[in-house]
Design a binder for this molecule. Structure first.
Ligand SMILES: [Zn+2]
Length: 258
């Protein structure tokens, strides 16, 4: 039923935009200890509350050309990007051909990842209040929906945590414990092999970006580089392409037949 799937993924895309907009608020306010319901969203510079037509995901940002209507302060491009990424992940998850319960479990996972990407970008940390209950929620949903068995999910969470904790120790604490705890939920959905692949993918993406920025001279020494965006990107790659990438590596690089 391709038409039904197309309509459903379109609806889910719009839902993803709306949730993405909310996650921008969650990600900004939670690490600052602010309420996520009140007050209404306002311009960070002139504190003018935003009108309803300024709260339309992506479109408002585009129409106002990324500036505040009242004081012309620039509004970060992070807002529409988080909305579009969340919406695209929702739609891609539906098109991946999963059952509704699996879609729900996966979309809750994407929402948590979007929120902690914002907290890392704006406050340089991953709050426990998102990662720890998030890990429990993802574990319960993943197992209840049948996406993973409880043993694979639990082993994934523990493997992800252990690998990242090892990197935390080796890095002398440069890799924060917030990033380590985030792997409890990533491992819970990807399983142990996926968790390790995600760490590898994130490290490769972050290294390539770091090296390019250093070569271009736009990365001052001893600056904080948020790692969660790379973890998110690596996890997306593994989630959608993990098994085919492995297949390609085993057959084309190692010349092993599967
Ligand atoms: Zn303003």
């Amino acid at each position: 039923m391709p038409i039904v799937t197309d309509v459903f993924s379109g609806i889910v895309f719009v839902l993803g935009l709306i949730f993405g907009s909310f996650l921008n608020v969650v990600g900004y306010r939670v690490p600052r200890g602010e309420s996520i319901v009140r007050p209404r969203s306002r311009c960070p510079r002139c504190e003018q509350p935003l009108a309803f037509y300024e709260l339309i995901p992506v479109l408002s940002w585009l129409c106002l050309r990324g500036t505040c209507r009242t004081c012309n302060a620039p509004i970060s491009v992070r807002y529409p990007i988080v909305e579009l990424v969340t919406a695209s992940l929702f739609a891609a998850t539906v098109l991946n051909g999963m059952r509704p319960a699996e879609v729900l479990a996966t979309c809750v996972f994407w929402m948590l990842m979007s929120a902690v990407t914002v907290t890392d970008l704006t406050a340089m940390r991953v709050p426990n209040i998102l990662s720890l209950p998030g890990a429990v929620a993802v574990f319960v949903l993943v197992v209840a929906s049948g996406l993973q068995t409880w043993s694979v999910s639990l082993l994934g969470a523990l493997t992800g945590f252990a690998v990242m904790f090892g990197i935390h120790l080796l890095s002398g604490g440069n890799l924060g414990l917030g990033d380590v705890k985030l792997y409890l939920l990533i491992g819970a959905i990807l399983g142990p092999i996926g968790a390790i692949e995600s760490v590898m993918a994130a490290s490769v993406l972050a290294s390539l970006t770091g090296i390019s920025m250093r070569l271009a001279g736009i990365l001052p020494p001893r600056t904080y580089i948020p790692f969660v965006p790379y973890i998110f990107a690596g996890t997306i790659l593994v989630y959608f392409f993990g098994s085919s990438a492995w297949q390609w590596y085993l057959t084309s690089v190692l010349h092993l037949s599967a």
